[in-house]
Design a protein around this ligand. Structure first.
Ligand code: NAI
Length: 247
């Protein structure tokens, strides 16, 4: 178990990619602080991890609320003693062509997807600096790399996460803390469930591996970046997109 003794905090752990990341990290031996808004779903995941012999605790927080992030992460550090691995996964979409996009939808997406990562990093970085070991993993998106019509807010937030990743990687590298991004392509979760079958079929046509991804495909990349196997990787954007975007 490559993450034995490590403590991970995963935002948006109640479902989808965050849920799969929490399970994968726990299976590798990490204790996992599960952060999201839905207490019931988090408690179910705590029970699932415990039943498999792992350790997890739920910390209910809305990542757009600074005070909730501060108090939630403070409680997690009090409970586990430290945070070694932060996975900034919580994210939303509010799609609309820019000319019709409401300011509220712009702000909501930027706050949830990007500002939340700044807030969470600020709350865990002290713990990582103290022990001179840390892993920050930001879940960005292929659309932060190539853009997508109707998703100016989302693409801007995800491109912003890539900039944040590289800046943080430079700031904390000397303390043995790495900061990387994982850029999923088309992953089957609630976020993509609402898309029409036609859209999904045409998306798959552009994916060289010929299928959409699963949350576990993304979780495997996160688990790797969290481990000592990825000790010499920082400031990197790891594509998990079936070949949809290369280079
Ligand atoms: P999802 O909708 O199933 O899960 C999103 C998670 O974020 C949920 O657990 C939700 O509760 C949490 N969340 C949202 N707002 C929150 C808030 N204010 N406070 C706390 N938690 C909050 O979606 P999915 O697909 O699992 O997305 C996870 C991440 O992966 C997101 O950042 C998304 O942008 C990214 N992603 C997803 C792709 C896909 O095709 N599904 C592709 C590329 C990136």
């Amino acid at each position: 178990m490559k993450l034995e003794g490590r403590v991970a905090l995963v935002t948006g752990a109640s479902q989808g990619i965050g849920h799969a990341c929490a399970l994968a990290l726990a299976r590798e031996g990490a204790s996992v602080a599960l952060a999201a808004r839905n207490r019931q779903k988090l408690d179910e995941l705590v029970a699932q991890i415990a039943a498999a012999g792992g350790k997890a605790e739920a910390f209910v927080m809305d990542v757009t609320e600074e005070e909730q992030v501060k108090s939630g992460i403070k409680s997690a550090i009090a409970q586990f003693g430290k945070i070694d691995i932060l996975v900034n996964n919580a994210g939303i979409t509010r799609d609309q062509l820019l000319m019709r996009m409401k300011r509220a939808d712009w702000d909501f997406v930027l706050n949830t997807n990007l500002t939340s990562a700044y807030l969470c990093i600020q709350q865990v970085i002290g713990s990582m600096l103290k022990q001179r070991w840390g892993r920050i993993i930001n879940i960005t998106s292929v659309f932060g790399q190539m853009g997508q019509a109707g998703q100016a807010n989302y693409a801007a937030s995800k491109a912003g996460l890539i900039g944040l990743t590289m800046a943080m990687a430079r700031e904390v590298a000397s303390r043995n803390i790495t900061c990387n991004a994982v850029a999923p392509g088309f992953i089957e979760t609630n976020m993509t469930a609402a898309l029409s079958d036609e859209f999904k079929e045409s998306a798959v046509e552009n994916i060289p591996l010929g299928r959409v991804g699963s949350p576990e495909d993304v979780a495997s990349a996160v688990r790797f970046l969290a481990s000592d196997d990825a000790a010499y990787i920082t400031g990197h954007v790891l594509n998990v997109n079936g070949g949809l975007l290369m280079g």
